[in-house]
Design a protein around this ligand. Structure first.
Ligand SMILES: Nc1ncnc2c1ncn2[C@@H]1O[C@H](COP(=O)(O)OP(=O)(O)OP(=O)(O)O)[C@@H](O)[C@H]1O
Ligand SMILES: [Mg+2]
Length: 489
């Protein structure tokens, strides 16, 4: 959110849009108002019932929006509606339009926090100004809330204002200056390392080192040396002295990534160090260390304990303060905020003038399941920025989402898993350039794939390298598929 809607009616900056939730029964009046708001560059969402407004408001909770509705709105009492709006989103003021209202009812409405009640015969310009002011009000409220959240839990690089992320920020904030051992739990790509670094840089250990080590990436013998160190000549091949990561992080924070992958032997050693706060490098002297431990896991450590793969005593030591990181799919509109954030970053880096993301792409982003979480989104936006030749990112720049779209729009369900492999499907008539419509007729995964390939190659004007990048497959795979589907390119 960058600025309030400007007085001169120039286009509001996107992101994010300024929305009017319109709920007016009289079709002529609704049309007139919608036209007028759109001319003011506001995004109008036309609804026909109070319930619809409530649903929309809830969905747009982190965007500026003003509800303009009849008094009472279709299907609900005025006061009940205002109360429900407060629950749906406290940031969306309500402007009600009526023929007449008694002083007593006006008081009841004001007590229920109506922004303004306007008589039907009031001029359009007056209504427009009221909505503009209400929009500024909505925008500022959201901004203030965002700033408060940013200060509540200071994770400077962590984008997002969903309830799930606010919870993470609060948990992190409480852990900052307590030397409690933190366990970050979450699927791959949810931001565990980002949070681990923030815990360090915002804590009173920040003057010392943040040392990260990935327990899954190194074999146990090497990991032992890396963690605890060794003296020169401590074993065959130890030509140099190695300072262990524990000692390196002395005074600071040691981040044990993928801690669930530690061997049983190293688990025992780690437990001893945690208990005694002393490390003994192989062949060297015992040394006291003062390290704050932050660990991360993308597997269920408690299940590993139950399965006998992880020591229970170590688990309790590491999980002194567990912080679960929510998967991206449960963060609602954060997906869009993150996408826009990455777009800005990558567009700058790639020196491209891309100003936004088309609405259908945003819709598809919200629908996607994000198994790879924020990292997947980051990579997807990067690729889209590289491919994009337009002013806004469009569906063509998102081959992964395009595939989903095609599947969704398929009139027949995909063949069951036990179905025989689909035959090569000759694509009879090439879809016109830029039309992502699948060919007519019963769909199988194979002919949807054939269609996606033809579309990508057409978009790339026959450049198979570009098409393979767009599709997210290798050039060799693309050749194979072109041959398999008998597509003459
Ligand atoms: N809320 C966020 N705001 C901005 N960037 C984020 C956010 N969460 C994650 N990222 C970015 O997403 C990428 C993945 O994050 P990170 O490496 O911290 O995830 P992870 O949980 O450690 O993943 P893995 O389990 O695969 O190691 C990084 O580039 C990180 O900067
Ligand atoms: Mg990580």
């Amino acid at each position: 959110m960058t600025a309030a809607p400007p007085e001169n009616e120039s286009a509001p900056t996107s992101p994010p849009p300024y929305n009017v939730l319109l709920c007016i029964a009289d079709p002529r009046m609704r049309q007139l108002l919608a036209f007028s708001f759109r001319r003011s560059q506001l995004h109008v969402v036309e609804t026909s019932t109070a319930q619809e407004v409530l649903a929309q408001s809830k969905q747009m909770n982190s965007y500026a929006a003003v509800c303009v509705c009849d008094l009472p709105p279709q299907g609900m009492d005025g006061v009940a509606f205002l109360r429900a709006m407060q629950k749906a989103s406290v940031y969306h003021p309500v402007v009600m339009i009526t023929e007449d209202v008694s002083p007593a009812e006006l008081i009841r409405l004001e007590k229920a926090d109506v922004y303004r009640v306007i008589k039907r015969d009031v001029g359009l310009e007056d209504l427009r100004m009221t909505v503009r002011n209400a929009m500024v009000f909505s925008h500022l409220q959201i901004r203030v809330e965002q700033m408060e959240q940013e200060h509540q839990g200071i994770i400077p690089d962590m984008i997002g204002s969903s309830a799930a992320i606010v919870k993470v920020r609060k948990l992190v904030n409480k852990a900052l200056n307590r030397d409690i051992t933190v366990l970050l739990e979450g699927e791959s790509g949810t931001g565990k390392e980002l949070v681990a670094r923030a815990i360090h840089t915002q804590s009173n250990r920040k003057e010392h080192k943040f040392v990260a080590i990935n327990c899954a990436a190194i074999n146990p013998t090497l990991l032992d040396s890396q963690l605890f160190g060794h003296e020169r000549g401590a074993f065959t091949g130890a030509i140099n002295r190695q300072v262990g990561r524990f000692q390196e992080a002395d005074g600071g924070t040691l981040f044990l990534d993928e801690v669930g992958d530690l061997s049983m032997e190293l688990q025992a050693k780690l437990l001893r160090v945690i208990q005694t706060r002393v490390v003994a490098p192989l062949g060297g002297k015992e040394t006291k260390v003062d390290v704050r431990l932050v660990s991360a896991t993308n597997v269920d450590l408690q299940a590993a304990v139950r399965a006998g793969r992880f020591r229970q005593d170590l688990y309790y030591r590491l999980a002194g303060y567990p912080i679960p990181l929510p998967p991206l799919r449960s963060r609602g509109d954060d997906v869009i905020t993150l996408a826009r954030f990455f777009l800005q970053q990558f567009a700058k880096k790639e020196n491209k003038k891309i100003q936004g993301i088309k609405p259908d792409v945003e819709k598809a982003l919200l629908k996607h399941n994000w198994p790879g979480n924020v990292r997947e989104l980051e990579n997807m936006i990067f690729r889209a920025v590289v491919i994009c030749e337009d002013k806004k990112l469009s569906m063509e720049d998102f081959p992964a989402l395009l595939g989903e779209d095609l599947r969704e729009s398929a009139p027949f369900p995909a063949p069951p898993a036990w179905a025989p492999p689909a035959q090569a499907v000759p694509v009879a008539a090439a879809p016109s350039f830029g039309t992502p419509e699948p060919p007519a007729g019963p769909q199988s995964l194979a002919n949807l794939e054939a269609h996606a390939i033809r579309h990508a190659v057409e978009q790339a004007r026959g450049n198979l390298s570009l098409a393979s990048r767009t599709l997210g497959i290798s050039r060799a795979t693309l050749y194979r598929k072109v041959e398999r589907y008998g597509l003459k390119m």
